[in-house]
Design a protein around this ligand. Structure first.
Ligand code: ZN
Length: 343
C-alpha cells in the first residue's frame, strides 16, 4: 500500500447487537472528504482490499480525495463465526454501518463500492429502501440477479443437498489443515480434481465458490505475492448462506424467506426504493457469477430510470482480480473513481 496508513478501527453493533467493525482510512482533504464505504464478499474480510501491491484500491480512493471506510460485516472471517444470511446483513448490518459512518463524519450522504455477497446483501438493503443516504453505488460481480455457470449450479445443488446437510461451514483453510470427517473427504476431492496451481487455499476457494479452475480470479491476472497472500484471506462460510444463495440462483433473482417484513419476497418484483445511481461491473471471464448477472440488474434499473445507471463488462477480468489483479490500478480503478465522481 502506497499510503502506508494504519486504519482507525471503529467497533459498532449491528441491529441485533452482533459486533461489527469499520476500518477507517481518513481522507486527506479538510474534513476528510466524502465517505466511501467498501464491502467485501463471503468468507473474507476488509483486508481483502489491501493486497501486497504498490497501488491498492484504498490508495486510489484516498488519492481521489475520499474518506475510506472498509466494513467487516457479519460474513467477515475477522468476526465471530456465525450462521449468517444475506437477509440478516441487509437488515441488521448495512443500515447500522451507514449510520455509524454518517454519525462519525457528520456527512449527510455516502457512496459505496460493493463486491460479490457484500453487493447482493447491500443491494437487498438499498432496493428495500433501508439506505436512503447512499447516493452512488459501484457493484462488482453480482447484484440482484445471480447467474452462475451451469456446472457450478449443479455442484451447488449437490453440495447443499448432500454433504451440506451434515456441515455448518465450508472452509478454504481445509486446504492447509482439514479436521477429520467431511472436511478431510472434501480436501481429498479438491486435491484429486484441482491441478491448476499449488496453492491449496486457492483451490479450495474455487471449490467453495463454484466449479472453476480457478473460480475467483484468472491466474494470469495475479502476481505471485498476491496469489500467496490469498492463502490467509479465505476461511469459514456458513451453509446457511449457501442454501439461501442456492434458492436465489434457482429463482434467477434475489429472494427472501419472509423473516424480515422490511424486505420484499422477490427483489425485482417492484420499483427499487432508492434514489442512488448504480454502476454495475462484471468481469468478462467471471467464473463465479457470469457478467450477464450484472447486465440483468442494470436492465432492471434502466427500466425504472432510463439513462441514469451504467453497466461495464471488464475485458480480461474474472471476479476478485478486478480489485487485486496486478493491473487493476491501471485497468479498473480509474473507471470506478470516475463513476463515483459522476452524479
Ligand atoms: Zn491458484
Amino acid at each position: 500500500m502506497r499510503h502506508g496508513a494504519k486504519p482507525e478501527i471503529i467497533e459498532f453493533a449491528a441491529r441485533d447487537g452482533f459486533r461489527l467493525n469499520l476500518h477507517h482510512f481518513p481522507g486527506r482533504r479538510a474534513g476528510h472528504g466524502e465517505p466511501v464505504i467498501v464491502l467485501h464478499g463471503a468468507g473474507v474480510r476488509a483486508n481483502l482490499f489491501l493486497p501486497p501491491v504498490e497501488e491498492t484500491f484504498v490508495d486510489a480512493l484516498l488519492d481521489a480525495g475520499y474518506d475510506v471506510w472498509l466494513l467487516n460485516w457479519r460474513a467477515s472471517i475477522d468476526l465471530r463465526p456465525n450462521e449468517w444470511t444475506l437477509q440478516d446483513a441487509a437488515v441488521l448490518d448495512h443500515p447500522a454501518a451507514v449510520r455509524t459512518v454518517l454519525d462519525r463524519t457528520g456527512a449527510k450522504s455516502a457512496k459505496a463500492v460493493i463486491h460479490c455477497q457484500g453487493s447482493t446483501s447491500f443491494m437487498m438493503s438499498a432496493v428495500a429502501g433501508l439506505l436512503p443516504e447512499i447516493t452512488t453505488v459501484v457493484s462488482n460481480a453480482v447484484a440482484l440477479h445471480p447467474i452462475v455457470p451451469r456446472l457450478a449450479y449443479l455442484k451447488s445443488r449437490y453440495v447443499t443437498n448432500s454433504v451440506g446437510r451434515f456441515m455448518t461451514y465450508l472452509n478454504p483453510q481445509w486446504g492447509l489443515s482439514a479436521p477429520r470427517g467431511w472436511p478431510t473427504l472434501i480436501d481429498w476431492f479438491v486435491r484429486a480434481t484441482h491441478h491448476e496451481c499449488n496453492n491449496p487455499v486457492c483451490k479450495h476457494s474455487s471449490f467453495t465458490f463454484g466449479a472453476g479452475f480457478p473460480t475467483l480470479w484468472r491466474h494470469e491476472n495475479l502476481d505471485d505475492d498476491v496469489h500467496e497472500w490469498l492463502k490467509g484471506e479465505f476461511a469459514h462460510v456458513p451453509m446457511s448462506f449457501f442454501r439461501e444463495m442456492h434458492d436465489c440462483i434457482a429463482a434467477g433473482v434475489l429472494v427472501s424467506n419472509g423473516k424480515y417484513p422490511e424486505l420484499p419476497r422477490v427483489f425485482d418484483a417492484q420499483a427499487p426504493k432508492t434514489e442512488a445511481r448504480f454502476v454495475f461491473l462484471g468481469g468478462e471471464f467471471n467464473q463465479c457469477f457470469v457478467p450477464e448477472s450484472q447486465q440483468r440488474t442494470f436492465d432492471f434499473f434502466d427500466r425504472h430510470t432510463p439513462g441514469r445507471h451504467a453497466f461495464y463488462e471488464l475485458s480480461g477480468y474474472g471476479h476478485l482480480d478486478v480489485f487485486v489483479g496486478k493491473n487493476a490500478a491501471r485497468d479498473n480503478f480509474p473507471l470506478i473513481i470516475d463513476e463515483l465522481r459522476r452524479n
